[in-house]
Design a protein around this ligand. Structure first.
Ligand code: CMX
Length: 137
């Protein structure tokens, strides 16, 4: 299998403190981690539903990719993330199939995962993230 399962769904919000009350008080989910990913200029909050997670993304600076996204599209669905095995090999395969890679090689993302993004221009408008459990990069 090329993909294992949906690892998480990323949702862009202006303010995690405000948005999480909806997920907690209305939907009854529990936020189990809040983490800043400095490299991406975002703060993240995670909720788990079965095997899948929801990741709220709040920009920590005006030049964050998420700030740019919210400015253009407003808050809402931002990306889908799939779990894969052997991420470097998967990126090579995608490159050969002319999929535009945002990250040519894996980098460290939230929750200690190695991650790489595929550009929405070559994935029919869906910003796509591939994730693999951390191995030494
Ligand atoms: N979903 C769908 N389309 C998107 C998008 C998204 N999340 N983000 C940007 N786009 C579209 C834009 O609307 C734009 O389309 P048009 O050309 O039709 O106007 C196009 O992609 C280019 O967007 P842009 O605003 O000009 O931004 P950039 O090219 O500078 O960057 C992207 C786009 C995807 C490369 C950048 O946002 C990126 O690197 N994203 C991946 C990193 C990221 O999102 N990190 C935050 C999450 C961190 C984590 O989960 O750990």
């Amino acid at each position: 299998m090329f993909l294992n399962f949906i690892e998480h769904i990323g949702i862009a919000v202006k303010n995690i403190a405000e948005a999480r009350t909806y997920y907690e008080d209305v939907l009854g989910l529990q936020c189990y981690a809040v983490e800043e990913v400095k490299d991406q200029k975002v703060r993240t909050a995670f909720f788990k539903i079965g095997q899948t997670k929801l990741e709220l993304l709040e920009p920590t600076s005006d030049d964050s990719p998420v700030a740019k996204f919210i400015k253009k599209h407003g808050e809402g669905l931002h990306h889908i993330a799939f779990s894969v095995n052997n991420l470097p090999e998967k990126l090579e395969i995608l490159k050969k199939k002319n999929i535009q890679l945002v990250d040519e090689t894996p980098r460290k993302g939230a929750e200690n995962l190695n991650i790489a993004f595929l550009h929405p221009k070559s994935t029919f408008g869906v910003l796509t993230e591939l994730c693999e459990k951390q191995t030494d990069l």
